[in-house]
Ligand binder design. Structure first.
Ligand code: ZN
Ligand code: ZN
Length: 212
């Protein structure tokens, strides 16, 4: 990727840029949490034919929001799940983050990249296809959960990014707190998107495996 990525929600109120001065890392996640989130948003175009979400991993300092910050909203699929940030105006997903402002990691769904200006090939290759056991179709090269190399690689990059201060500035936190309180979905909301009690453990563990 050689230039900054223009970012835009579907209606255009939230815009920004992903700075390409450092690397991005692209994965596709088929976990139940990501699939349920697309249903909750009502944005099924977020998912590919196998139910995968195309996610660009980057550091908070690479994500710059330029307009529409007042449209930020945030939910968690479970009480301990990742923070899933989206645009209130049109329910476009913006990024998944951990709950701590110091965590130098974001997972930005490709849907937030302005596809009118940037094609998928500008994001580099998909490095991993994870949680393929939950996919709705065969995923060539997919890993049933998350490969150890991805977990260790993410951990290693996060340690380096933390040491280099790449968690700041954080576009989604202010004074160490989320810009918008993160609301956990209710039991009824979870049930409506297919997240029964038996899937909660999977969702809760998802961030540590790389999808957020
Ligand atoms: Zn919008
Ligand atoms: Zn996922």
């Amino acid at each position: 990727m050689s230039s900054d990525l223009p970012l835009r929600c579907a209606c255009g109120r939230v815009t920004g840029r992903a700075l390409a001065s450092a690397r991005v890392f692209r994965i596709v996640c088929h976990c139940r949490g990501c699939q349920a989130y697309a249903r909750w948003l009502g944005r099924l175009e977020l998912l590919d034919d196998a139910g995968g979400t195309d996610i660009v991993q980057l550091t908070p300092s690479q994500l710059r929001l330029e307009t529409g910050v007042d449209q930020l909203d945030c939910v968690r699929l479970t009480d301990a799940g990742a923070l899933r940030w989206h645009a209130r105006c049109c329910r476009t997903p913006i990024a998944n983050s951990l709950a701590q402002a110091w965590a130098p990691w974001l997972g930005m769904p490709r849907l937030f990249v302005d596809a009118r200006q940037v094609g998928a090939d500008a994001l580099g290759p998909v490095r991993f296809r994870i949680h393929a056991r939950h996919a709705r179709a065969a995923v060539p090269g997919g890993h049933p959960t998350g490969p150890l190399s991805l977990i260790l690689g993410t951990l290693g990059r996060s340690l380096r990014d933390a040491a280099l201060g790449r968690a700041r500035p954080h576009p989604l936190f202010l004074d160490g707190r989320p810009r918008v309180p993160a609301r956990a979905l209710t039991e009824a909301e979870r049930a409506a998107i297919g997240l029964g009690a038996s899937t909660q453990l999977v969702v809760r563990r998802a961030p540590a495996r790389g999808c957020g």
